[in-house]
Design a protein. Structure first.
Length: 387
């Protein structure tokens, strides 16, 4: 019979091997504990303690996979960890950290859609924290989460979001005397992104702080992909997008004190559906000729829609039969850009979720050609590591 006590002892043995740097040996021992926990949960699927213990083991297992460069396996472990604790009433700071762990694992493997959505969801769990009061409960946790999110957005989302998160994280970390490595990374990001955007005064201020706090640290390279504002303005110039007012609504000043630090903070979430119906024709028009612009517009609107969905935004939910097909069509335009590998698998996951919802809302039959095309893409690129 599976034994939870034995599984915990085995986990401790594996953790000792990992702490000594023997990650390959640790993974072999972790495998035994994984089998024990799976057996326990097969018999008692609602055992809260076993689920939490198993999730902790998977976090350690992911760390060992990452140390060995096995990034896909680390991502799979982090994803299963989050699924195990879904719905459990655990500490929100711990839940936020777990989502950010998954986001970082996703970013390392090139799964940018999952990375940005999970980082946004993680920060959303901390939105009751006062970011202006260093004595407020959770202030340090929010500062660290913002710094981690900035690193994720740098790889997976709009650089204007990354710099907003980096600036706020740096201010908070300096106010709280927080983690030096996170402060260093936030300042490195701020220098690079402000410089790339031509905000010289902000770049010089961040560079001075970086030199003072971390002498010898170099700024990061600026991202190659455009910001959402730049992509939308380029689309306007090509006649593919017409709503200039929506550009200003979706793209506030990234250097302002109230700069958005998550996709969900771009605007009132009630405008998510408006953004979708404005962006979908532009993405469809640009996908074949300017795929980088199409990806930036579509992914940022997708992240905004995911935030609205989590927030149970009324219009999006009540009228999903109208909005869901446009959302699916926008992502399917990206499917035709020829991207492959983990990014295609990540896109296939997002398409799978949308198709399932359209079936649930009995809207799939009304959009049969689109649904068939999505099904073919999903079958071709389905994530083999998704449980």
């Amino acid at each position: 019979m599976p034994n939870r006590r034995h599984a915990r002892r085995t986990h401790r043995d594996a953790a000792r091997l990992a702490a000594a740097g023997n990650h390959r040996g640790a993974l072999a021992v972790f495998a035994g504990a994984v089998a024990e926990y799976r057996g326990c949960l097969a018999v008692h699927p609602d055992d809260r303690g076993a689920r939490i213990d198993f999730a902790d083991l998977l976090a350690d297992r992911a760390t060992s996979h990452t140390a060995l460069g096995e990034l896909a396996e680390a991502y799979a472990a982090q994803r299963e960890r989050l699924e195990l604790t879904e719905g459990l009433d655990t500490d929100r700071t711990e839940r936020a950290a777990a989502r950010l762990d998954l986001a970082e694992a996703a970013a390392r493997t090139g799964r940018i859609l999952t990375a940005a959505v999970e980082a946004d969801a993680g920060l959303g769990l901390l939105d009751d924290t006062d970011p202006t009061d260093p004595a407020a409960p959770g202030f340090g946790a929010l500062a660290a989460a913002l710094a981690r999110a900035a690193r994720i957005y740098y790889r997976a989302a709009d650089p204007d979001l990354a710099v907003g998160a980096a600036d706020q994280a740096a201010r908070m970390l300096m106010a709280s005397g927080g983690a030096d490595d996170l402060l260093r990374d936030s300042l490195r990001l701020a220098v690079a992104l402000h410089t790339a955007a031509g905000r010289g005064a902000h770049a010089r201020g961040a560079a001075a702080l970086l030199a003072e706090r971390h002498p010898g640290a170099e700024p990061l390279a600026p991202p190659q992909a455009p910001s959402l504002r730049a992509a939308l303005e380029a689309a306007i110039g090509m006649g593919a997008f017409a709503d200039r007012g929506l550009v200003d609504r979706l793209c506030p000043d990234p250097a302002g004190r109230d700069a958005p630090v998550t996709p969900g903070a771009r605007c009132d979430l009630a405008f998510a559906a408006v953004a979708l119906h404005g962006a979908e024709p532009a993405v469809t028009a640009l996908a074949a000729v300017h795929p980088d612009l199409a990806w930036r517009i579509a992914t940022e609107v997708h992240y905004l829609l995911c935030a609205a969905d989590r927030g149970t935004e009324r219009n999006l939910h009540l009228n999903f039969r109208d909005h869901g097909p446009a959302w699916l069509a926008m992502l399917m335009a990206l499917a035709r850009t020829g991207r492959r590998g983990p990014l295609a698998a990540d896109l296939a996951d997002s398409l799978t979720d949308l198709c399932e919802r359209l079936h649930t809302r009995h809207a799939a039959a009304d959009h049969e050609p689109l649904m068939r095309a999505a099904g073919r893409f999903i079958d071709a690129h389905r994530d083999k590591l998704r449980r």
